[in-house]
Design a protein around this ligand. Structure first.
Ligand SMILES: Nc1ncnc2c1ncn2[C@@H]1O[C@H](COP(=O)(O)OP(=O)(O)O)[C@@H](O)[C@H]1O
Ligand SMILES: O=C(O)C1=C[C@@H](OP(=O)(O)O)[C@@H](O)[C@H](O)C1
Length: 315
């Protein structure tokens, strides 16, 4: 049996390194995973076109799905992603979500949408929805699982593979569901989800910053600031939250805040994304064009994308 899935990248509104509360939004750039089950009893990972990448994360995603829903199968998991790795754009959440969904698909496990299951969707008049933590999140005997629980499988695989500090449930839900998500990463709980419609400008410098290597103690000192930012996020003041998050985490993670200054006052929605080194700016395309001109004077790539309302999907 074979399964295939895609998941989008994401940008940061509130980084979870300070308090465990985080917020992120899905963007229109995707990675995919293909899973082929076999009788070997062993799971092997591969990254298309690259041979020097640690495949522990994607292997643990498939293994966790097989341990829970399978019967000792082996598998080959292959990812194909043009999302820069360790750039702050959630490449790890993307491949984890895609690998989990592809494995569940290959195992013929039914994937339930927690939002429709609860009878609420983030459309029409009800923009912001809260309390999506499904009580009956999974039914192993029935061979079914909600997308929220599938997200938790990937987050736990990321913990197994040591590619995360808090588990990054904020990034994982933004990628799995699209829109804006707000989470408590210490409990892997989804607090809030919202839909937004922004143009997004990204600057990715030619460097890497691995989330597992951040100075967590230094970030924790930002707790009082992170509390203020969380209040803004819960009120839907996403752009102001990003601006404050950007200045705060540039200080803690020792990045220059110059790209944020360059984006002001064109947009308040500008931040370092995750553990960096990418920066993201959001708003109307016209006002972001002036930011693009300034960011293009820097080394690396500057590109436009948009937010996405839908997240990961089976292909
Ligand atoms: N295409 C991929 N295939 C397999 N694993 C990947 C892929 N992209 C990223 N990863 C995993 O994610 C890790 C990077 O995660 P992280 O440091 O959190 O950066 P990011 O911000 O990009 O998520 C890599 O070390 C690798 O384990
Ligand atoms: O590993 C983690 O716990 C986190 C990683 C960060 O993202 P990146 O992986 O994009 O740096 C950050 O945004 C998130 O809130 C928490």
């Amino acid at each position: 049996m074979k399964g295939r899935a895609a998941a989008p990248a994401a940008g940061t509104i509130l980084c979870a390194f300070a308090t465990g509360y985080g917020s992120a939004f899905g963007i229109d750039k995707y990675g995919t995973a293909t899973v082929e089950l076999d009788n070997s009893g062993t799971v092997t990972g591969a990254v298309k076109g690259k041979s020097n990448i640690d495949t522990t994360l994607i292997e643990r995603c498939a293994e966790r799905c097989i341990e829970r829903f399978g019967d000792g199968e082996g598998a080959t998991v292959t990812t194909d992603s043009d999302i820069p790795m360790a750039a702050g754009l959630k490449s790890s959440s993307v491949v984890a979500n895609a690998s989990v969904l592809a494995t569940l698909d290959a195992l013929d496990v039914a994937i339930l949408d927690a939002t429709t299951q609860n009878g609420v969707r983030s459309d029409g008049g009800q923009r912001r929805i809260t309390g999506q933590n499904d009580a009956t999140s999974t039914n192993d005997a029935d061979h079914s699982v909600t997308m929220l629980e599938a997200t938790r499988i990937g987050v736990n695989a990321a913990r197994d593979a040591n590619v995360t500090t808090t588990g990054a449930f904020d990034d994982a839900t933004a990628s799995m569901f699209g829109g804006v998500t707000v989470t408590d990463n210490s409990e892997d709980e989804l607090i809030q989800r919202d839909t937004i419609d922004w143009d997004v400008l990204v600057w990715t410098p030619p460097k890497q910053a691995f989330s597992s290597e951040v100075d967590h103690d230094r970030c924790k000192q930002l707790a009082p600031v992170a509390d203020e930012i969380l209040d803004m996020v819960v009120e839907g003041r996403y752009k102001e939250a990003m601006m404050l998050n950007g200045f705060a985490f540039c200080t803690a993670l020792r990045f220059t805040a110059e790209p944020i200054l360059e984006a002001l006052p064109a947009t308040k929605g500008v931040s370092l994304s995750g553990s960096g080194p990418s920066f993201v700016a959001v708003g109307e395309r016209e006002s972001l064009e002036s930011v693009k001109e300034k960011w293009e004077l820097r080394e690396g790539s500057v590109w436009f994308t948009t937010t996405v309302e839908d997240g990961a999907r089976i292909l």
